[in-house]
Design a binder for this molecule. Structure first.
Ligand SMILES: [Zn+2]
Ligand SMILES: [Zn+2]
Length: 779
């Protein structure tokens, strides 16, 4: 007997070849019916023998296309047959109500690296897309960066400006073609083109109708660009989510010049190589790291540098790691084809500004840095930086979550009854929306310290609201009154429920949500700075916490931070403070190179600032203690990017040293004193101990401190789960030692994986806490 079933598939099922897949599955079982996208997912009607329909549903789940994620399959069986004569794929049909409505939403795929099928065609001289730099299909290509609105159809992407030629259209409309409804599909006849130009020639603007002088066949343009790179030129290259600045990574003169012109004195540059083999000439890569490099997300993977590497030090000064990625767009593949050397491919921005993504903006901002521009005329709608990840303890840990990851929602094990907008922190900002079972964490926005980044933040929020039909009823924000994200939250007029969340509590909650755990835990939040509930600047914090509350059970004893933000940029100030705290003013008699430099640096002024408590906010920050030790040892007195002193302190630590200093714990186990650590470090330095040993002994002291406080908390509270979060845990040496000690002591340890341990994870923590408080009515 013939029956009909309606099947609704939810999840990431649009723009990933799901309808052709459904068509094939149905045809195989000789089922008739219809499939179409709607604002909830993919809606299927099938008609035939009920046993075959059940088989069809099983097949759907078992064989779903590689880029899809099925969240649920709802079936409505035994309906009256509609007497379909075939199985047809329908255009995305949306009822007028659906489009503006809030009821439904469909997750959107992130941008996906070029697939193997497309790569084969790209390098096949017989293929009509041979060497076409914008080749893609339903399994690969740009998505989030070109989507202007939903439903995901070509007309709502930046590809709408290119009318398909007859051949492309035929493929696009053929349900059995692998480009069936591949929205960004194109070819050299009808699609985007590349141009190579000097900056001066671009002054009048760039457009398809006004191509610059060097436009030509894409193969000529790209080989000319490669030639320029090999001759030492700096190129601004338009990519998927923005511009890169590129040069030959083995040409130290070019690297130095790029560094100077970008005003990026020391921040590491990322690298791109044609193959894993080239990367392995310079860095060690485990099986997991290799898989991550090759994954369709194509993040930058941070790898340990080999001692024999010929990459100039100027690529990543003071570090023994390098960040690598493999080509992820066809343009990259063509540019790097056959290239035996890596390229520097760093974000196309000036200093700390966000990455450039519009042509004119890029020409204006990067015109003085780049010798040439390699452009194309496909617009980028949403800027996204490259994501940065690494492998920690055998699993991926995301350090910057952006291209290839965003806007894919994260499941946290929690159901969000209310839609929440969490505005995040100041540095490495992300925002986060919640809806149903999802947390939509934004792409990396950057440091909210200038207007351009703030614009990126507010536009990003608007875009997410549109894409996912979000209408938040609650806004969560950081306690810091000066954060631009806080000011934004407080300035929203149409949401009355606003929930402030303490920064370090948000860190712990973020790591709990990342690991899908709930209930009380021992939380260790170590970072640079965050606003405390007592109005002081926290950062060396131990809690007993859950999603609702955080009780501060121990913290570093506060010290003055003379000059406020200036003390962050000048770690010598923190070193002087810790010496004074430990030895009194007698510290000036210590026979250390550091002490001798204090007078000219301005210690007398600092001293009176401390004495009169002028512009000396108090802080319990662990990040600042790392700064102090780094400066004391002579590693770094001034920093050119956030965390630099601590990062270089880690890099120089003797990996084989088992020595450790010891923190003092007073105030009934609540107050952590650094005096003993500073004292021991000074004695070692005075007796000629190598700074690499001092660094190692300091790292181990922090790891042991964490274990000691955790053991104390276990005894008092009967808790056995320890959650580690905060920017300080980007320090791999510290993290590894801490995990080791805690596990040896029988603790269950949770660290970050899907969201960053730094402030990029704060928005998820804020959202999780707000959600828990709403459920309890504690707002
Ligand atoms: Zn493809
Ligand atoms: Zn075409």
């Amino acid at each position: 007997m013939v029956t009909r079933s309606e099947i609704l598939v939810r999840g990431i099922v649009q723009g990933v070849g799901f309808r052709p897949f459904v068509y094939t599955q149905a045809s195989r079982l000789d089922l008739r019916g219809r499939v179409r996208n709607n604002t909830t997912g993919v809606l299927i009607e099938v008609e035939g023998n009920h046993g075959d329909i059940v088989q069809f549903v099983t097949d759907l789940k078992a064989n779903a296309p590689p880029l899809s994620t099925i969240e649920s399959v709802e079936c409505n069986h035994y309906l009256e047959p509609a007497d379909y004569s075939d199985f047809a794929i329908l255009e995305s049909a949306y009822e007028a109500d659906d489009i503006g409505g809030d009821e439904h939403f469909v997750p959107i795929s992130a941008d996906v690296a070029t697939c193997d099928d497309c790569l084969r065609e790209l390098f096949d001289p017989q293929d009509r897309r041979f060497q076409y730099p914008f080749i893609n299909c339903t399994n690969c290509g740009p998505r989030f960066t070109i989507i202007e609105d939903i439903p995901y159809d070509r007309a709502r992407t930046t590809m709408r400006e290119f009318e398909m030629c007859a051949e492309c259209r035929a493929e696009y409309e053929d349900p059995l073609n692998r480009r069936f409804h591949a929205e960004p599909t194109a070819c050299s006849v009808c699609g985007p083109r590349v141009f190579l130009s000097e900056p001066t020639a671009l002054a009048g603007g760039v457009s398809a109708s006004n191509p610059p002088a060097h436009a030509g066949g894409s193969d000529n343009v790209i080989s000319a660009a490669r030639g320029l790179l090999l001759s030492g030129k700096i190129l601004a290259i338009k990519g998927i989510g923005g511009f890169h600045l590129a040069c030959d990574a083995l040409n130290s003169e070019a690297v130095e010049r790029l560094r100077q012109q970008k005003y990026r004195e020391d921040k590491p540059f990322s690298l791109m190589a044609a193959s894993v083999a080239i990367i392995k000439e310079h860095c060690l890569a485990s099986q997991e790291e290799e898989e991550l490099l090759l994954s369709e997300r194509r993040p930058i993977v941070v790898l340990g540098r080999k001692s024999g590497s010929t990459i100039p030090r100027a690529v990543a000064p003071g570090l023994n790691n390098l960040g690598w990625m493999l080509p992820y767009s066809p343009l990259h593949h063509l540019l790097l084809k056959g290239l035996d050397r890596p390229l520097v491919m760093t974000s196309g921005n000036v200093s700390d500004e966000p990455i450039c993504f519009g042509d004119e903006q890029a020409v204006n901002r990067l015109g003085k840095i780049a010798d040439y521009f390699l452009l194309h005329d496909r617009r980028i709608h949403m800027r996204t930086d490259d994501s940065v990840t690494r492998v920690q303890g055998g699993r991926e840990t995301v350090l910057r979550r952006s291209r290839g990851y965003a806007p894919e929602p994260i499941r946290t094990g929690v159901r969000f009854e209310t839609q929440i907008l969490a505005c995040g922190a100041e540095l490495k900002n992300t925002f986060c929306f919640t809806r149903d079972n999802y947390a939509f964490i934004s792409h990396h926005i950057g440091d909210l310290e200038n207007l351009e980044t703030l614009r990126s933040f507010t536009e990003g929020i608007g875009h997410f609201k549109r894409l996912f039909h979000l209408r938040p009823e609650v806004v969560a924000y950081d306690l810091h009154p000066e954060y631009l994200s806080t000011k934004y939250a407080l300035g929203i007029n149409d949401i009355s429920t606003k929930i402030p969340v303490q920064h370090h509590h948000a860190h712990i909650a973020s790591c709990m949500a990342d690991n899908e755990i709930d209930g009380e835990v021992i939380g260790v939040a170590l970072d640079g700075l965050g606003f405390g509930t007592d109005g002081r600047l926290w950062g060396g914090e131990f809690f007993v916490a859950d999603f609702v509350e955080a009780e501060r059970i121990a913290h570093l004893v506060e010290v003055p931070m003379p000059g406020g933000a200036k003390a962050i940029r000048e770690p010598w100030r923190m070193a002087a403070v810790y010496l004074q705290q430990t030895f009194g003013d007698e510290f000036l008699n210590l026979d250390l190179p550091f002490v001798k430099e204090l007078e000219p640096r301005g210690w007398p002024t600092l001293r009176s600032m401390i004495a009169t408590q002028t512009n000396c906010p108090e802080t319990s920050s662990m990040g600042r203690l790392f700064d102090a030790v780094s400066s004391l040892i002579g590693v770094r007195s001034q920093v050119n990017y956030e965390g630099q002193a601590a990062i270089e302190l880690e890099a120089m630590a003797d990996r084989d040293c088992a020595q450790s200093y010891e923190f003092g714990i007073g105030g009934n186990g609540k107050l952590i004193e650094a005096h003993d650590v500073v004292h021991a470090a000074v004695s070692d330095l005075l007796s000629g101990t190598s700074p690499s040993v001092v660094s190692a002994a300091f790292h181990r002291a922090v790891a042991r401190l964490i274990a000691t406080i955790a053991e104390q908390a276990r005894e008092e509270r009967k808790l056995n789960r320890v959650v580690l979060s905060g920017g300080v845990f980007q320090n791999q040496l510290l993290l590894r030692q801490t995990i080791e000690l805690l596990r040896r002591s029988g603790f269950e340890v949770f660290t970050h994986a899907r969201v960053p341990t730094n402030d990029g994870g704060i928005s998820l923590g804020q959202a999780s806490i707000a959600n828990a408080r709403i459920k309890l009515g504690r707002i």
